[in-house]
Design a protein around this ligand. Structure first.
Ligand SMILES: C[S@@+](CC[C@H](N)C(=O)[O-])C[C@H]1O[C@@H](n2cnc3c(N)ncnc32)[C@H](O)[C@@H]1O
Length: 248
């Protein structure tokens, strides 16, 4: 449900870490490869996380000695981060990561967990690349983790595709192919009651992201299908892409 914190208001923020734990995305086996790669790209510089949330990646990255700053729309999510040990080392600026500026420059900026799709227009996604480029040092990198649009799995004429079915959670994606739009509908059973949460996204193609990077003065350096540098192929369901800001 939309409120002043976007789609990550108090109700969602209160359950974010618990549901992350259930889905396994807090496991060291998931988090460590992300942090390894980002720490390597950060080198001796600073890291900027767009949509820092409750600090799933930022906290362990900061614990590796990388100075991290975050941009976050949701005060409710940022409050969860600030309450955690180690958060005092991390600065958070409240605002939209397509346009919010922060002081200083960074050697790496990153946007994980499909969050680029939370920007629901092409113009906003392009603005995000430009905003990132303005914060990067020459030679600095922008890293995005996002799914490959799953249109090959959508039968002709259909608009709905179930992406998760379990006893307590039904997840259904609703595609608007003409407008590159996607609404993820979640129906979750909490204490015996069904709660609905529907979140709009704009799905985006790898080649389209490369063009956005080019518009912002960045070029593709790497594209993998995962954080352990797995090969990206025609069957890959997600990618981890790294663009480098050109030196002027
Ligand atoms: C799926 S969560 C990911 C949080 C964290 N990066 C992680 O990996 O756990 C997406 C986060 O991005 C934030 N967000 C979404 N759109 C945003 C925007 N336009 N500007 C700033 N933050 C945004 C949400 O509030 C939420 O905290």
């Amino acid at each position: 449900m939309l409120d002043e914190d976007g789609y990550f208001g108090e109700r969602v923020a209160a359950r974010y870490d618990e549901s992350s734990e259930h889905s396994g995305i807090l496991d060291p086996a998931v988090v460590d490869p992300v942090v390894d790669l980002l720490a390597e790209l950060a080198g001796s510089g600073r890291a900027l996380e767009l949509g820092i949330g409750t600090g799933r990646i930022a906290l362990p990255l900061a614990q590796r000695g990388v100075p991290v700053h975050g941009i976050e729309l949701s005060k409710a999510m940022a409050a969860r981060l600030r309450a955690k040990p180690g958060a005092e080392a991390i600065g958070v600026t409240i605002g939209d990561f397509a346009s919010t500026t922060v002081a200083g420059t960074f050697s790496v900026a990153y946007l994980v967990f499909n969050t680029i799709m939370n920007l629901t227009t092409q113009a906003a996604q392009v603005a995000c690349f430009r905003n990132v480029a303005a914060h990067l040092e020459p030679g600095g990198c922008f890293v995005i983790e996002v799914g490959v649009p799953s249109l090959q799995r959508l039968p002709p004429g259909e608009t709905m595709r179930a992406f998760h079915i379990s006893e307590t959670h039904w997840g259904i994606d609703e595609f608007d192919v003409a407008n590159q739009g996607l609404i993820s509908h979640h129906l979750v059973i909490v204490d015996g009651t069904a709660e609905r949460n529907s979140v709009p996204f704009r799905y985006v193609w790898p080649a389209e992201l490369d063009l956005m990077a080019q518009l912002a003065g960045m070029t593709l350096r790497e594209r993998w299908s995962g954080w352990k540098r797995e090969r990206f192929t025609s069957d890959s369901r997600q990618h981890v892409s790294v663009w480098e800001k050109q030196a002027v």
